[in-house]
Design a protein around this ligand. Structure first.
Ligand SMILES: Cc1cc2nc3c(=O)[nH]c(=O)nc-3n(C[C@H](O)[C@H](O)[C@H](O)COP(=O)(O)O)c2cc1C
Length: 243
């Protein structure tokens, strides 16, 4: 029956959605060509604004190149950690002091650098291009990245976001390292591989926390203090475990 939560397709989808977790430790084991093909086959159907499909993928499996990407990341992380120290100690992302620098993703069998071509914004109506060109590029690339993560999970593989790839410094170094020409943008790196890590349970918002029926329920509007307490109590503790 259409719309039934008991259909096997829905159940299989929910299982993949629930099983995908961010894993930040990999077993150094290669990823076969056929796995790369299966991943790309799945993501080719990702929705994109104007069906522009502004994505291309640099598939990195060479150990030296992966290590070089790890070095670039760590260099940027030092600066990121220095900036974090400007916050009051109890509010720092990593706690009072930064943890030891590490780039566990270098062990992942493949690093897929997702790049986007902003010129495809010409596929949109002119007003949309002017008004939303940048936003649509980001949303479309974000879609393809999340599809990659789910495709990896469906193949029984672990995956990790490396969103710092799109930060100005890392983007420039990655473009140089991987020969990515202008005007492409580096959006994200998706690290995929085998793992022995069993992820701990995660905090997921409940139906009633996120759904307003028919109208925004003003009684559930959160004050600044409530948001701060929520970040401190619900969100930060999870990162203390994985950093
Ligand atoms: C836009 C975005 C950026 C993210 N950046 C990173 C990242 O740079 N490094 C990382 O380890 N995880 C990153 N994550 C993963 C989140 O931390 C993770 O999805 C979240 O904590 C929930 O955990 P889960 O993926 O295991 O469900 C990112 C996720 C998103 C959606």
């Amino acid at each position: 029956m259409s719309g039934s939560a008991t259909s096997s397709t829905y159940q299989a989808l929910v299982q993949v959605l629930q099983n995908r977790r961010s894993i930040r430790q990999f077993r150094p084991e290669p990823i076969a060509d056929e796995t790369i093909r299966a991943l790309v086959e799945a993501v080719r159907y990702t929705p994109s604004a104007g069906n522009a499909q502004p994505w291309e993928f640099i598939v990195v499996r060479d150990e030296t190149t992966k290590r070089r990407i790890g070095d670039i990341y760590l260099e940027q992380l030092k600066q990121k950690n220095r900036l974090e120290m400007l916050r009051r100690p109890e509010w720092r992302f990593f706690g009072a002091e930064p943890p030891p620098l590490r780039a566990g993703f270098v062990q992942a069998g493949v690093l897929i650098v997702v790049i986007g071509d902003p010129r495809l914004a010409d596929a949109y109506p002119l007003r949309t291009k002017v008004d939303k060109g940048r936003q649509h590029l980001i949303s479309s690339l974000s879609n393809v990245v999340v599809t990659l993560h789910y495709a990896a999970a469906a193949l029984g593989l672990a995956s990790q976001y490396l969103s710092d790839s799109g930060s100005p410094e890392m983007e420039l170094y990655l473009k140089d390292l991987l020969g990515i020409p202008e005007p492409y943008r580096v959006y994200e790196t998706v690290c995929i591989g085998h793992t022995d890590v069993k992820p701990s349970s995660r905090y997921v918002k409940a139906f009633d926390e996120i759904v307003h029926l028919e109208r925004f329920d003003a009684g559930r509007f959160k004050t600044e203090e409530q948001i701060e307490a929520h970040i401190r109590e619900k969100l930060r503790p999870a990162f203390k475990k994985v950093l």
